[in-house]
Design a binder for this molecule. Sequence first.
Ligand code: NAD
Ligand code: ZN
Length: 375
Amino acid sequence: MDVKKEIGVSKIMGSKTDTYRNFPMVPRVVFGQGSFNQLGEILLPKRKHSEAPFIFLVDDVFEGTKLIERIPLIFNDQIIFVSAEEEPKTSQVDALVQKIRNGYEELPSGIVGIGGGTLLDLAKAVAIMLTNKGSSAAYQGWDLVQKPSIYHVGIPTISGTGAEVSRTTVLLGPEKKLGINSDYTTFDQVVLDPDLIQGVSKEQWFYTGMDCFIHCIESLNGTYLNAFSQSYGEKALELCKEVYLGELSPEDSRDKLMMASWHGGMSIAYSQVGVAHAMSYGLGYLLGVKHGIGNCLVFQYLEEFYPEGVKLFNEMREKQGIVLPIGICKNLSDQEFDTMIEVAMGMEPLWENALGKDWRKTITPEKLRSIYEKI
Ligand code: NAD
Ligand code: ZN
């Protein structure tokens, strides 16, 4: 297996026949406070006919709020509320696809995801699976999707993951936690309305925002870095510093965090994440620890790999008065530690990005266990 090709790395280093990946980008984006009001106008030309609805997958945290009244429903459009308590699963995607197929004779005109990374990923996966056969679990991997997805729109209500720009949708399947990475995953339209991220709790704002910060640190310190990734990563890092260490007005802070997330996502599109993400996957797989907080729990102990980044992280955490939970791995058995270590070490491209081809010389099961034990 050609790992570099698998993960979409830009260039096979040192090879005389370099091939560069041709990445899709989000073709349309609207940015600005209140831009959500333009959604009806944006969707109108994409409506196939009155029998082909738009399906809105919406985080259930918004149920009964004013935002729901602003969703431009017409004809037989439908809102489906989904909980973001747990990260998306392949079985959940399959059930949503079945529900939509059973409810309508025709394929919908499109899917609109409104929420954080969880809802955005679900929307992407459902849009793909409405045109592709079988279970979504069969498409976890790289470039396994055969047919173009239906039109899909992403509207983030919390910022940091970069899911609004990425060509992946991370799903927990029966066998693995892995994304559907494909050219058809990327949204056709994104609406970036910074007003929508207003209601997020301070802790969640920090954890999801730190996902962006960690994307930057891992991308900028990785061996896969190129000028494309660097240009986005540096901008995102600068914006994160302004948001979490500066004295911005709430409006500026929301605008800038939204753009940080976008640039952070663009930065990893052409590189990879690193140590914190690999180890956070282990925590997520075994204990269901969510992506943002999992990254923070690991990252605080990675001064050996990212000294400057960890210093900055601690400054941000202190300034924002965030206290991370402790004792998460306290009562785990040897077998449970081994499971997390196995999942983490299985993320080869992430380690290779972080530490180069010889990463196994530095990263041993003992080393990972010593870090997990601190969490
Ligand atoms: P999330 O979607 O899991 O939401 C976190 C919490 O915030 C939830 O309780 C949610 O209800 C709440 N919330 C969201 N918006 C809110 C608002 N405006 N007001 C009040 N509460 C609000 O959070 P996330 O951190 O954005 O997403 C994490 C998910 O993203 C994980 O499943 C992870 O795997 C995925 N992810 C995907 C990518 C990608 O490229 N596809 C990248 C990184 C992470
Ligand atoms: Zn991440």
